[in-house]
Write a protein that binds this ligand. Structure first.
Ligand code: AMP
Length: 378
């Protein structure tokens, strides 16, 4: 199927072509027509499925049909996201699709951890607001923003929002919105907790469930190394050199470990930075930008951050430490081999973790021939 069949506004089709998208992904094919009609939507799809454009395109399409209104502090579209990184990414997709349109649409991302004043000032004339829940409420309470004109609400990565404890904020925000609106909820999984928010939010939604590539991770090559904790650092450096790795995302379980691994890599001549919840906003942005543009060899991250990292064709992911849940594992390895490109996810496993790793692989219906790092010379 081609994008032409979706009846999107011509200027959007031009942008789609300019961005090099040839065919809609499964979620786009199914969600765009529903969203264009203004219906409520529940999309079960993960990052990597193309879900962002599946709501961005119909939203812009609908806004283009609106008559111009006087500028105000009342956005028409509100997109709630769990993290700053995702807020910036979603805003970037809105920008990509709207920047050359004849009628100007202003989108903006707001999130905590940075000064609120510039955000308050910039709120005037914003049509599309992408926000993390806490900061949105701060802005609303200080009258920098009104939510009574919101026509379209999107909750992106709703499961992640619940996991991060944003339930109360989400409920509070929903109460501030007009009841007459379109709501779209996107989540990687369908949990019991999600049903609660789904009931408050959606009325008779069209449910679209996409079997995600990340779930079967068939196109991602997996490899595993048995290695003691004390040899993980040398093994990582060995693999980076041996495989001539130019860009690798390394996962650790704690912030402290992320810092340690990054500093050790740097000391050994491999340029690395860490990224996690304790880093300042500007540090996170700088590290992510450097990494995305290929100017940073290794980025060491914790799980919290993994959802916000969206890089095409990321060639290598290393699980320096195993995550506790299989879900996190799938999510981490899903950072590589995205958008139909293959990648390699390497996992370090200590002898004590062997059983846990087997459980993860079983859940993924995958099998790996483990390599014993003691057989390698490094
Ligand atoms: P998302 O799931 O929204 O995070 O998108 C994952 C990646 O796929 C992003 O880098 C998009 O730019 C890319 N993408 C989204 N839709 C398409 C498409 N129809 N064709 C090619 N790439 C796409």
């Amino acid at each position: 199927m081609s994008f032409n069949k979706l009846n999107l506004h011509d200027s959007l089709l031009d942008r789609i072509t300019a961005l090099g998208y040839s065919t809609p992904t499964a979620i786009q094919e199914q969600a765009i027509p529903v969203a264009m009609e203004g219906k409520d939507l529940l999309g079960i799809a993960k990052t990597g499925s193309g879900k962002t454009a599946s709501f961005v395109l119909p939203i812009i399409h609908r806004l283009l049909a609106d008559k111009p209104v006087q500028k105000s502090r009342q956005p028409k579209v509100l997109v709630l996201v769990p993290t700053r990184e995702l807020a910036m990414q979603v805003n970037e997709v809105f920008r990509q699709f709207s920047e050359t349109l004849s009628s100007s649409l202003k989108s903006m991302a707001v999130f905590g951890g940075v000064s609120i004043n510039p955000q308050m000032k910039a709120m005037y004339g914003v049509d599309i607001l992408i926000a993390t829940p806490g900061r949105l409420l701060d802005l609303q309470r200080s009258n920098a923003i009104g939510l009574s004109k919101v026509q379209i609400l999107v909750l992106d990565e709703a499961d992640k929002m619940l996991n991060l404890g944003f339930e109360k904020e989400m409920e509070e925000i929903i109460k501030l919105l007009p009841t007459q609106r379109q709501s779209m909820l996107f989540s990687a999984t369908l949990s019991d907790r999600l049903s609660g928010i789904r009931k408050v939010l959606l009325s008779d939604p069209v449910v679209i469930e996409i079997e995600n590539k990340e779930e079967d991770v068939t196109q991602i090559n997996l490899s595993g190394y048995f290695v003691g904790d004390d040899r993980k650092g040398p093994l990582l450096r060995y693999l980076i050199r041996e495989k001539n790795i130019k860009q690798v995302l390394v996962f650790t379980s704690s912030r402290q470990k992320a810092d340690k691994v990054a500093s050790k890599l740097s000391k050994n001549g491999i340029e690395a930075l860490s990224i996690h919840g304790k880093k300042s906003q500007s540090e996170r942005v700088t590290a992510l930008e450097k990494f995305k543009t290929g100017n940073l060899q290794a980025l060491v991250a914790t799980d919290l951050i993994s959802r916000g990292i969206d890089i095409d064709q990321l060639p290598y992911v290393v699980n320096y430490e195993l995550p506790r849940s299989p879900k996190d594992f799938v999510h981490r390895v899903g950072r590589t081999g995205r958008a139909e490109h293959s990648g390699l996810a390497i996992t370090f496993v200590t002898k004590e973790e062997t059983h846990h790793f087997k459980v993860i692989l079983k859940k993924m219906k995958r099998y790996i021939d483990m390599i014993d790092s003691q057989t390698l010379e490094f």
